[in-house]
Design a protein around this ligand. Structure first.
Ligand code: MCN
Ligand code: CUN
Length: 804
């Protein structure tokens, strides 16, 4: 739809607050008044509370569990262990990655803070006292913390339940602590290119374990009605329909009698995709006791036991010509998945979309191999604004390109430009088989380099380096990344066999307002605001009177949920397609009312005009009334549609990020002087919300790059599981962000829109590393491991002999 220029039309268009409008967030009215409705706000009559007994040890055999003292605690009603779940066959559960995970430890604990028993009590305090009173006798076993050590021939066996299992969900297992080996690309072609390459570089790159740490922790309220035999569960889930399907499969309750409701969610960031033992235990407890049961974990439980992110150990290699043209990429990864493989990836991709690791570059030959390994740590792996491991992929390729540039003495911007997939090469099929839909990287790069005056920055840096008395080291980071989001075409992407389509149902009411229900679920992304804008533009109904509902499986059409920045690429397309079905029917009704043929009508903003006579028209509001009151003969009454959209491809948003840092040579403190982020997410629905998403993602990127980590000691104790230790930046630490954009619409998306929410995280983390390493580049440093905390950077200053 072309933007109008006529002032009258402009005014009407503005009144709709449709696509392109920075409409204020509709959900904020309730949030800023404390009127949100989160899981912990839900209180039901007779509701009981659950708390969890967790293992203090990372690897131990359970010799005995004594519940007797706990059952004496006033208010405690029940204590459940794996033995109690066995008759129901619920002591283990399947994971989304094709493995099994213990619901409650079955004879052995595999990581610190693993669930061992649950206590159900009349209130939260009694439940906590009950937990203290459960006596568990452990026999310590040798823990395996390092994933390389896990693969030693004589390493302790972590998963005794899998002994003798030589084939896992993703192929052969070669060792008792090996989960899978997953290969992408063409190894022979990559090896051949390396064999003849005049220049090669290699680098080991560790992307440490981090945690998304949403403000609201995980939790649920499970309520089984023993009379009606139905189960309602309120849960902080990013994928409520998937939860419904899994709960039905596990419990045997027909899916039609299971209702899952995700109410307001206080941040997800991937932490709320998986299905945790706490949910299963709360549901089982409710079924057994016939009363509602609430479980809400605390902060330490959240950080210690729910889906972490990353933990990739990557050996990257690039082959190139002496003038910096990349001819091949190879990468071998050891992926630490913790004690159970519970990664929430599309079924066919145990390493997620990591094979996007050829990035924005036209690399003729490439091969990636990812080996998943068990260790005595909490399970997880895919979380934290990651787009299914695109974070790791972009980090790898961007670091490697910097390393190559440094070896060849070529400028970072120049080497990237030299290797870009050029505009005219789209659609472009990468050596890993992805079909990049669209992009214009050079245009975006030029825009950023001009905006920051890159030449002047490099000149300033050269002058600083020449001055031995400079109190700071200056570094410039540059990243030119491509994302792949919008999982996905169901021929490639499914979860437990359900294709990763998404859905939208729209009903236009007689008086011209509307409600839309979706298979996705907002956790802070503002769907209630932006989805209405799409419908407003498509149907000419003001956003203000369009209600958007998500998260209740009893009313919403089946959808796969919100993660992987898939809502706009998939559900956004479903909204457009459902709107277009309604539009087609509305046109028929308008033609009937105006007594002309459908082809004699023009659509303008919110109405159909008779061609050549705009005094004869019917607005969408008129048509809505007529659809219930006087539909044309042969046409059903009503104005509604549902659409299930199965995307033909992923979308490929991209960005160019540049950071300037000044490192204090005395303290190692890194000051981010400038951060310039240009994003291209195709057609922009709400520029303000996009900006907010980018600010959020950049802030989380800053957190990961500069401070967050989850260190373990040799015994497997997690040393940073409180917010005293785990860095969550506030406004005080957060740098100032400058944002910019270009618009390269997706050719296959009905609106041209691509996802954006994870791009700033994916793109910014390597930008910070690029900047910090750049400050030391003249001293021969090619890589530094995150987080770039002052202490770590100070150590590098000392090692390089430049600390003051
Ligand atoms: N948008 C737009 N135009 C586009 C693309 C997006 O206006 N071309 C808008 C959308 O309409 C939507 C928002 O931007 O309101 C994000 O859309 P999209 O990029 O499609 O991402 P999702 O809605 O699928 O959000 C998921 C993504 C993920 S995977 C993580 S992790 C993350 C993120 O969102 N978690 C978040 N951002 C978050 N923001 C908040 N506040 N809380 C979280 O938990
Ligand atoms: Cu990987 S975090 Mo988001 O896809 O929910």
């Amino acid at each position: 739809m072309n933007a109008p220029t006529d002032p009258k039309l402009l005014e009407r268009s503005a009144a709709l607050q449709g696509m392109g409008d920075s409409r204020l967030r509709k959900e904020d009215a309730r949030f800023i008044q404390g009127k949100g409705n989160y899981v912990d706000d839900i209180k039901m009559p007779g509701m009981l509370h659950m708390d969890i007994v967790r293992s203090p040890l990372a690897h131990a055999r359970i010799k005995s569990i004594d519940k007797s003292e706990a059952l004496k605690v006033p208010g405690v009603i029940a204590v459940l262990t794996a033995e109690d779940l066995k008759p129901l066959k619920l002591h283990w559960m399947p994971t989304l990655a094709g493995d099994v995970a213990a619901v409650l430890a079955d004879g052995k604990v595999h990581f610190q803070m693993q669930e061992v028993a649950v206590v159900i009590a009349e209130d939260r305090y009694a439940a906590a006292d009950g937990v203290e009173a459960v006596l568990v006798d452990y026999e310590e076993l040798e823990p395996v913390i390092d994933p390389y050590a896990a693969l030693a021939p004589d390493a302790p066996v972590i998963r005794e339940d899998l002994v003798g299992k030589t084939v896992g969900a993703h192929g052969p297992r070669e060792h008792h602590n090996h989960i899978f080996t997953w290969d992408a690309g063409d190894k022979a072609a990559a090896d051949a290119a390396f064999a003849v390459a005049p220049v090669t570089v290699t680098q080991r790159i560790h992307y440490p374990r981090v945690h998304p740490c949403p403000l609201e922790t995980c939790g649920c309220v499970a309520s089984f009605d023993p009379v009606r035999g139905d189960l309602t569960t309120y849960i902080t889930s990013q994928a409520p329909h998937v939860v419904r399907t899994v709960v039905s499969m596990l419990s045997g309750i027909p899916e039609s009698k299971v209702r899952i409701v995700s109410p307001d969610i206080g941040g997800g960031f991937g932490n709320k995709v998986g299905i945790y033992p706490g949910y299963v235990c709360a549901i089982v407890s409710s079924i057994v006791l016939g009363k509602p049961v609430k479980w809400v974990e605390d902060r330490i439980e959240n950080i210690s036991s729910t889906a972490f992110a990353r933990d990739y150990h990557m050996d990257g290699e690039l082959a190139a010509t002496p003038d910096g043209r990349i001819t091949a990429l190879r990468v071998n990864v050891i992926a630490d998945h913790g004690a159970f493989d519970a990664c929430a990836d599309p079924t066919k991709f145990p390493a997620g979309l990591f094979h996007i690791c050829s990035g924005s570059y036209d690399i003729p030959a490439a091969h990636a191999s990812v080996k998943g390994v068990y260790t005595n740590k909490a399970p997880g792996g895919v979380a934290y604004r990651c787009s299914f491991r695109v974070t790791e992929a972009v980090y790898l390729v961007e670091r490697m390109v910097d390393v190559l540039a440094q070896k060849l003495g070529i400028d970072k911007a120049e080497i990237r430009s030299k290797n870009f997939i050029r505009k005219e090469q789209f659609p472009y099929t990468s050596a890993f088989g992805f079909e990049y839909d669209s992009g214009d990287y050079q245009l975006a790069l030029d825009k950023v380099l001009n905006a920051v005056d890159y030449k002047a920055l490099r000149a300033e840096q050269a002058a600083r380096r020449a001055d031995p008395n400079s109190p700071t080291l200056m570094g410039i980071g540059l990243v030119t990344f491509t994302e792949v989001v919008g999982a996905g075409p169901s021929k490639m992407c499914d979860i437990l066999g359900v294709g990763m389509f998404d859905s939208c149902e729209i009903r236009v009411h007689p008086t011209g307002s509307a409600i839309a229900r979706m298979g996705t679920i907002t956790q802070g992304q503002g769907h209630q605001t932006t989805y209405a804008q799409i419908i407003a533009t498509e149907l000419g109904i003001p956003s203000e009177v369009i209600q958007v509902e998500e998260g209740d499986t009893s009313t919403a059409p089946y959808g796969l949920g919100t993660y992987g920045s898939r809502s706009t690429p998939v559900a956004g397309a479903a909204i457009a397609m459902a709107s277009r079905k309604i539009f087609a029917k509305a046109r028929k009704i308008a033609a009937h009312l105006l007594e002309v043929g459908e082809n004699d009508l023009d659509w303008e903003i919110d109405r159909f005009n008779v061609k050549g006579d705009d005094s004869r028209y019917k607005t969408m509001k008129d048509i809505a009334w007529a659809s219930y009151n006087s539909p044309p003969p042969g046409l059903e009454p009503g104005l509604e549609a549902v659409h299930y959209y199965d995307p033909p491809n992923f979308t490929y948003p991209f960005g160019i990020y540049l950071a300037v840092v000044d490192i204090d040579r005395a303290t190692g403190e890194t000051h981010v002087r400038r951060f310039y982020a240009l994003d291209d997410c195709g057609t922009r629905i709400n520029p303000m919300i996009i900006e907010g998403q980018i600010h959020g993602g950049l802030t989380e990127g800053y957190a990961v790059a500069m401070g967050q980590q989850m260190p373990f000691d040799a015994q497997g104790n997690l040393l940073g599981n409180t917010l005293m230790d785990y860095f969550l930046p506030t406004a005080v630490e957060t740098p100032h962000w400058e944002t910019d954009h270009t618009v390269t619409p997706s050719p296959h998306h009905p609106l041209g829109a691509k996802g954006v929410a994870e791009s700033p995280h994916v793109g910014s983390i390597p930008t910070f590393t690029s900047a910090v390493v750049d400050a030391f580049a003249h001293l021969g440093v090619t890589n530094m491991t995150m987080p770039h905390s002052s202490y770590r950077v100070w150590q590098q200053l000392k090692a390089s002999g430049v600390n003051l």
